[in-house]
Design a protein. Structure first.
Length: 231
């Protein structure tokens, strides 16, 4: 079994879910009391959030590149950046290490079986080109919510989900946003923020949802286990 490196803490709420899902997937695949081989570096999200908010993406890339090198040095054979938004600086991370870095949007695109999806995420993920372009490169058309829905989606993430707060009111608000995306032609919805899966799931959407955290984990486990089988 290869060792999976996690660059997390953005936020730790979703990083904890990465760890749980990785271990569940390995146990299910190999049986018995098997668990995932994982090394984790967890950054202080307050530092990253300030760099996001002040548009200092180059500095953010330098920070994550340094931490990625630490994860590699700790023994990782493959690396996951446990956040959708910070894939804005994935290039800096890839250049910093020699091990493979699995892109969350590529893992998601591999599961998308419709031509047009709505994208929910932070304002950065919805409005900046890095994520939409990556999906478009796989032949997927991307719709993002109109305002004020983008603000609603973003604020729930930063004011509630990254703080461990999950409310029925926000779930209803997200359902309404999804319904409006579907009315505009979305045939599926990408849950393009790792914390969103703590709030909504398949039962909250009239069209298929694509949970990026779960799909990223699946890709990592496939890579880590290769041809390993239960014993």
């Amino acid at each position: 079994m290869k060792t999976i490196g996690l660059l997390g803490g953005m936020s730790w709420e979703s990083t904890a879910e990465y760890y749980r899902l990785l271990n569940v997937a390995v146990r299910d695949r190999l049986g018995g009391v098997h668990s995932a081989r994982v090394v984790l570096d967890s950054v202080d999200f307050a530092d990253v959030e300030e760099l996001q908010r002040t548009d200092r993406w180059q500095e953010a890339g330098q920070l994550l590149a340094a931490r990625a090198r630490a994860v590699e040095a700790a023994g990782a054979d493959v690396l996951l950046l446990c956040t959708n938004t910070m894939h804005e600086v994935i290039g800096a991370v890839e250049e910093a290490v020699r091990v493979p870095v699995l892109h969350i949007a590529d893992a998601t695109a591999a599961a998308v079986d419709v031509g047009r999806v709505g994208l929910l995420g932070t304002r950065f993920t919805m409005e900046r080109a890095f994520y939409r372009d990556r999906l478009a490169g796989h032949g997927i058309e991307v719709l993002v919510p109109a305002e004020p829905d983008r603000t609603t989606v973003h604020d729930v993430i930063y004011d509630e989900l990254v703080r461990g707060v999950v409310t029925e009111g926000s779930r209803r608000a997200y359902r309404d946003v999804i319904d409006r995306l579907v009315a505009r032609g979305a045939q599926g919805v990408v849950l393009g923020c790792t914390e969103i899966e703590l709030l909504v799931g398949p039962g909250d959407s009239p069209v298929p949802v694509f949970p990026t955290t779960q799909l990223h984990v699946r890709a990592a486990v496939d890579h880590a286990l290769g041809g390993l089988s239960p014993r």
